[in-house]
Design a protein around this ligand. Structure first.
Ligand code: PNS
Length: 165
């Protein structure tokens, strides 16, 4: 590990990754030397995921390979411990509407209390993604809505397969 590298963690459940997540990851990859996308193995608050951890990781790897400084890892421990384990001093998250703020403020306080040395950084969602969420995409896909501009093509294909069962 090069100690001069500025490494950021972009954490989330990514069930599945959306174009909004990819926008934040891409923007973080221009600000930091290296971005580690941390995929929560078993989301504590959200219950069972639609996609397995290897599949969620595979989607992100495929969608971010062109950035060149992004890698993807699963984690099952505290986010701040995961950040420290990969040498990251920053956690980067996207903020969409006001509704995100309250949840993220709570997460920020929890994380800061555990690890004051790990700074959380928030990127405002790009306008075209400000109401995009994995759960919204899954709901649209369940009822045959158009999700083509919301997730990468290969994710849309797998979502349609999975939800048509
Ligand atoms: O809303 P998401 O995408 O499921 O967020 C997941 C995560 C890890 C970013 C969020 O829950 C968080 O910031 N948690 C901090 C507390 C923690 O470390 N929990 C353990 C996660 S394995």
């Amino acid at each position: 590990m090069n100690l001069n590298n500025r490494i950021a963690v972009c954490p989330g459940s990514y069930d599945p990754v959306t174009n909004g997540h990819l926008d934040v990851i891409g923007r973080a990859s221009r600000v930091f030397d290296e971005v580690v996308v941390g995929v929560v193995n078993l989301p504590h608050r959200k219950g069972k995921t639609l996609f397995t951890t290897p599949e969620r990781i595979g989607f992100i790897e495929r969608a971010t390979e062109h950035f060149g400084n992004v890698r993807v890892e699963a984690f099952s421990n505290l986010l701040v411990d995961f950040a420290r384990s990969v040498g990251a001093k920053s956690i980067v998250k996207g903020l969409r509407a006001i509704s995100d703020f309250e949840y993220e403020l709570e997460m920020h306080q929890l994380n800061r209390r555990q690890a004051p040395d790990v700074e959380s950084v928030y990127l405002m969602a790009s306008p075209q993604y400000s109401f995009l969420s994995s759960s919204g995409v899954k709901e649209l896909a369940t009822f045959g809505g158009n999700i083509d501009d919301l997730v990468p093509d290969f994710v849309a294909t797998r979502l349609k397969e999975e939800l048509s069962r």
